[in-house]
Design a protein around this ligand. Sequence first.
Ligand SMILES: [Zn+2]
Length: 210
Amino acid sequence: MNLVDRICKRLNYGIFPPICRLCGNPGLPEWDLCLLCHRALPCRPPPKLFGEGLVLAGFDYGNPVDGLIRHFKFQAQLGAGRLLARLCEPAFDDSRPMALVPVPLHIRRLRQRGFNQSLELARYWGRRRGLPVLPSALVRHRDTAMQSTLTSPEREPNVRGAFRAVMPLPRHVALIDDVFTTGATCRAAREALFAAGVQQVDVWCLARVT
Ligand SMILES: [Zn+2]
């Protein structure tokens, strides 16, 4: 970082000091999170087997990560998404996919929300890891009810066959999603990826319900 960059950074920090997104107190330098809130974040769950791959999550799903995810997803607070994405990065250190594939939204939900939270995460992690992001690799060709509104037994049939993959795809990819609950969505997406020749699918997500 050259001198001008350093001065700009210092000025920016003086004018816009980071504020903790959770409690409103001053944040740690270059983080919109304070030390106390950082220490109170939920633990990282252990990797979970997912066929030949692994489900890797930054956090156990719970307070206050659930609130940040809701702000990101339903109130379009992209800053909350970036904060979560940054906090979760170390969870994926041992995963070596060749590309990142975001779980797509159906076009109707995309128009409603204005953005796909999984694509935002994939872009962030792709930049950080120098990995290509394949936003068109999967298509959600069937509109489905929101998984969060369904009971566990209703989730699998809701998303079965909802995805189609567009070839060619690399042998090993990471599927990007926000929350891994029963895994029904990721299994349906993985089926489509397998049908297109992918052999290993890891899941990178913000949080996992354990
Ligand atoms: Zn705080």
